[in-house]
Design a protein. Structure first.
Length: 97
C-alpha cells in the first residue's frame, strides 16, 4: 500500500525548494522506521530513519499517522523484565532519571 511521506532534501540539492518533499512509499516494503534527530543546516529536526527492504534509506521529516501510532503505542508490547521484576516502560523511564 502506498502512503505519503515527506523526506529531507539533500543539503547539496540546490534545485528543490523547502526543507522536504513528498514521496509515496510502499509500506509493504519498509524494513524499519526509527525516530532520529536530523541535523540540517545547523538546526535539529525531529525525524525518522526509514529503511526499505531494497536497502534504500530515507530521512523523513513527516510520516503517516498510522506509522506514528505504531511507534507511540506500548499496549501491544510485553513488559520489561529486569532481574525477575516486570516493569512497564513508563516505570523504566522514571527509574532511569
Amino acid at each position: 500500500m502506498l502512503m505519503r511521506f515527506s523526506v529531507l532534501n539533500s543539503e547539496n540539492d540546490q534545485n528543490l525548494e523547502g526543507i522536504d518533499y513528498p514521496i509515496l512509499l510502499n509500506c509493504n516494503q519498509i524494513a524499519s522506521v526509527k525516530r532520529i534527530n536530523i541535523m540540517h543546516k545547523g538546526n535539529i529536526i525531529k525525524g525518522y530513519w526509514i529503511r526499505m527492504v531494497s536497502g534504500k534509506k530515507y530521512k523523513a521529516t513527516r510520516v503517516p499517522a498510522e506509522i506514528m501510532t505504531l511507534l507511540e503505542g506500548d499496549e501491544d508490547l510485553t513488559m520489561i523484565d529486569i532481574n525477575g521484576k516486570k516493569l512497564e516502560s513508563s516505570e523504566l523511564q522514571n527509574s532511569l532519571h
